[in-house]
Ligand binder design. Structure first.
Ligand code: AGP
Length: 608
C-alpha cells in the first residue's frame, strides 16, 4: 500500500526521504519517487520497481540533496506501475504532491479539469487532485486545500509542496492515516510510525480534515478554515518490529483493522457515475451479457469468498455458478468450455492448484478471470481478464483483509453481471453499488463495536475440543470461513454445516457444553436458523449467535449474542465476518499460539 514521507530540516533531505521510504517497504509497493526543494525549484525523480532503482537513478542523474521534500512508495490502484504513474505528481505551476488513498470521484473531476484546458500525463487519481489543487491555488495554501477538499470524495492523505513557499510541507488527511514527527528543529510526515522511528519517536497524529504546516523549527496545525488547533504530542514506545505492525500485537489484528481501507481501494476506483465498472479489467457489459455459466475455482479462504460470490451472482444475475476446490477441479474433467466464465480467486496469485485450474480452463476454451491480490503474480499474468484486489500485502497466514476484498469484488461482479443480463435496472444497480461503497465506514464501526465481546466469546471457547458453525444461505457461506479461521490459528477442531443439514447426521456430535457458533443475518431465513439453534440447544450446546441487530432473539435461544448492524442483506457477510475473525484471533491469542504463523501452514501454497 502507498506510503508517504516528508522531511524539513538541516540534514540531506533526499537521503532522509529514501531512508524513511525504506522503512515503509513492508507495506508493499511497485514504484517510488521523491520531490525536493532546491534553490526555489522543486526537483522530482521517480522510478518503477524497488527503491534501489530510485537510488541508482538519483546517483546517475546527480539528484540534488535538497532542503525539504516529500517521498512516496506506490502500490498501484489507478493505472499500472510505471515511472509516469509514480508519485510525486505535479499539478501545474505551483503544486507537487504525494498521495495515499483513493479519490473516488476522480473521473468526474478529471472531466471538469479537462474542460478547463488542463492536460493529464498519467492514469492516476493523484494527478487529478494535484491538478485540482493547483487550479484552486491563488497564493493561500489553506484556502486552496479547503476548496479542493470540498470537491473531492474518498479517503486520502496528501503531502504537498507549493513552489512559491520553499522549504515548507503542507499535509492533510481524510481517512488515510498520516503522522507528523518532530525532533528539535526538524519536521517529518509519514503514513506510519516505522518510517520515522529511526529519527524520532515524537509525533502528532493528524486527524480527519486537519492541515499541518511543517517548516524548519515550526509545526502548526489548523482546521480547513485556518483556525489553529492544539495537538497532543505522542511518543511511540515501540521497537521496530512493533512499529511495522502499526502498534498492533499481531499482523492479523493489523490486517483486520485495514479492511475498511482495503475495501475502499478495491471498490471506489471502479465506480463511475454510481455504476460499477470493471472495464479497466477488460470486463465489459458486452462480454458479460453472453456468459452461460460461471465456475469459481480457488482454495481455502479464497474458495469461501467464491461461495459468497455464488450466492450473490445466482441471486441477482440468475446465472448458474459452480464453486470448486481447485485441487478437485483440475483432476475431475470439469465440464467447462466456450461461453463459460471461470473465476480464479487468489490472494498470492501463486497457489499451485489454482494456477493449474486456470490452465485447464483455458485449454478447454473457457475465458478466465483472475481475482488476485499480488501484482504481477502467475495467476495475474495468465488470466484473460484480471481484477486486482487492493488489500496491500497480507502478512498473517490467516487471511482476513484479502477475503474481505475478494467478496467485495464478487459483489461488484454480481451487480454488473445482473445489469448486463437485464436482471436489475440501473436504479437498483446504483443502489446496491452505493451500499457497497458505504461498507468501509460500517466495517470500521463493527471492528470497534465487536472487539470486546468477541474477546469475551473467545474466552468461552478456548477449552473446547471441537465446535460447530452453522448458518443458512449467505450465512452458511460466511460460517465456512469463520470455521476455517478458528481452526487454522486456534487449533480447535471445528466444522461448518448448513444449519438445515444438521439433522442428517451431524447433530449426533452435540454433547453437553459443546460450543456452536450460529450466524443469522438474513431475514427470510432467520426463523429457520433459530429453529436449528433450538435443536442444538435442546441437546446441550452452548450457543454463540451472531445476528443482525434488528432481529428479536428470545432469551432462551443463545448463551451469548453478538449483534451487528443490519445493512443491505446481501452484503451482510462483510459485516458478520468481522466478529468471526476476531473470535478466531482472540482464541489463538488466549491459547498462546503463534497467531501470524500457525503451525504447519504457509502463506503461499505453491505445491500441490
Ligand atoms: C486462509 O487463511 C489461508 N491462508 C488459505 O486458506 C488461503 O486462503 C489459501 O491457501 C489460498 O491462497 P491464495 O488466496 O493465495 O490462493
Amino acid at each position: 500500500m502507498c506510503g508517504i514521507v516528508g522531511y524539513v530540516g538541516k540534514n540531506d533531505c533526499s537521503e532522509v526521504l529514501v531512508s524513511a521510504l525504506s522503512r515503509l517497504e513492508y507495506r508493499g509497493y511497485d514504484s517510488a519517487g521523491i520531490a525536493v526543494f532546491e534553490n526555489g525549484n522543486i526537483n522530482v525523480i521517480k522510478a518503477e520497481g524497488r527503491l534501489k532503482n530510485l537510488e541508482n537513478k538519483m546517483e546517475n542523474e546527480n539528484f540534488p540533496k535538497g532542503s525539504a521534500g516529500i517521498g512516496h512508495t506506490r502500490w498501484a490502484t489507478h493505472g499500472k506501475p510505471s515511472d509516469i504513474n509514480s508519485h510525486p505528481h505535479i499539478g501545474g505551476e505551483y503544486v507537487t504532491l504525494v498521495h495515499n488513498g483513493i479519490i473516488e470521484n476522480y473521473r468526474e473531476l478529471k472531466e471538469k479539469l479537462e474542460a478547463q484546458g488542463r492536460e493529464f500525463y498519467s492514469e492516476t487519481d493523484t494527478e487529478v487532485v494535484a491538478k485540482l489543487l493547483d487550479f484552486n491555488y491563488e497564493g493561500d495554501p489553506i484556502k486552496a486545500i479547503e476548496k479542493t477538499l470540498a470537491e473531492v470524495t474518498g479517503s486520502f492523505a496528501l503531502g504537498i509542496l507549493f513552489k512559491d513557499i520553499p522549504n515548507v510541507i503542507y499535509a492533510v488527511r481524510r481517512g488515510s492515516p498520516l503522522i507528523v514527527g518532530v525532533k528539535d528543529e526538524e519536521g517529518f510526515i509519514a503514513s506510519d510510525v516505522p518510517a520515522i522511528i529511526k529519527y524520532t519517536k515524537d509525533y502528532y497524529l493528524l486527524e480527519h480534515d486537519e492541515i499541518a504546516k511543517i517548516a524548519e523549527g515550526s509545526i502548526t496545525f489548523t482546521d480547513l478554515k485556518g483556525n489553529p488547533i492544539d495537538k497532543e504530542l505522542k511518543t511511540a514506545d515501540w521497537d521496530m518490529d512493533a512499529a511495522e505492525k502499526g502498534g498492533y500485537e499481531h499482523y492479523m489484528l493489523k490486517e483486520i483493522n485495514e479492511q475498511p481501507d482495503a475495501v475502499r481501494k478495491t471498490v471506489a476506483p471502479r465506480v463511475f457515475h454510481g455504476m460499477p465498472s470493471l472495464e479497466e479489467c477488460s470486463i465489459t457489459l458486452e462480454n458479460l451479457k453472453d456468459i452461460k455459466q460461471v465456475f469459481i475455482v480457488a482454495c481455502g479462504t479464497a474458495m469461501h469468498a467464491g461461495m459468497v460470490g455464488k450466492y450473490a451472482i445466482e441471486k441477482l444475475a440468475r446465472v448458474p455458478v459452480n464453486v470448486d476446490i481447485a485441487s478437485e477441479f483440475r483432476y475431475r474433467s470439469p465440464l467447462v468450455g466456450e461461453g463459460d466464465l471461470v473465476i480464479i480467486i487468489s490472494q498470492s496469485g501463486e497457489t499451485a492448484d489454482s494456477l493449474e485450474a486456470l490452465r485447464v480452463s483455458k485449454a478447454l476454451g473457457a475465458k478466465v478471470m483472475g481475482v488476485v491480490n499480488a501484482k504481477g503474480s502467475s495467476i495475474a499474468r495468465e488470466s484473460d481478464m484480471l481484477v486486482y484486489t487492493h488489500a496491500g500485502p497480507e502478512i498473517a497466514v490467516a487471511s482476513t483483509k484479502a477475503y474481505m476484498v475478494q467478496i467485495a469484488v464478487m459483489y461488484m461482479l454480481s451487480f454488473e453481471l445482473a445489469f448486463a443480463k437485464g436482471r436489475i435496472d440501473e436504479g437498483e444497480c446504483k443502489r446496491l453499488t452505493a451500499e457497497l461503497m458505504a461498507m468501509p465506514e460500517r466495517i470500521a464501526e463493527i471492528i470497534k463495536s465487536t472487539d470486546e465481546i468477541s474477546h469475551e466469546a473467545a474466552k468461552c471457547l478456548i477449552d473446547a475440543e471441537s465446535l460447530l458453525y452453522i448458518g443458512r444461505g449467505f450465512d452458511y457461506a460466511l460460517s465456512m470461513e469463520g470455521s476455517l479461521k478458528l481452526k487454522e490459528i486456534s487449533y480447535i477442531h471445528s466444522e461448518c454445516y448448513a444449519a438445515g443439514e444438521l439433522k442428517h447426521g451431524t447433530i449426533s456430535l452435540i454433547t453437553d457444553g459443546m460450543p456452536v457458533i450460529a450466524v443469522a443475518t438474513q431475514s427470510d431465513l432467520f426463523d429457520k436458523t433459530i429453529s436449528n439453534i433450538k435443536e442444538v440447544k435442546a441437546r446441550g450446546a452452548k450457543v454463540l449467535l451472531i445476528c443482525g441487530d434488528g432481529f428479536e432473539v428470545g432469551e432462551d435461544v443463545a448463551d451469548m449474542v453478538i449483534r451487528v448492524p443490519m445493512y443491505e442483506e446481501m452484503l451482510m457477510p462483510m459485516a458478520a465476518i468481522v466478529p468471526l475473525q476476531l473470535v478466531a484471533y482472540y482464541s489463538s491469542v488466549l491459547r498462546g499460539n503463534d497467531v501470524d504463523k500457525p503451525r504447519n501452514l504457509a502463506k503461499s501454497v505453491t505445491v500441490e
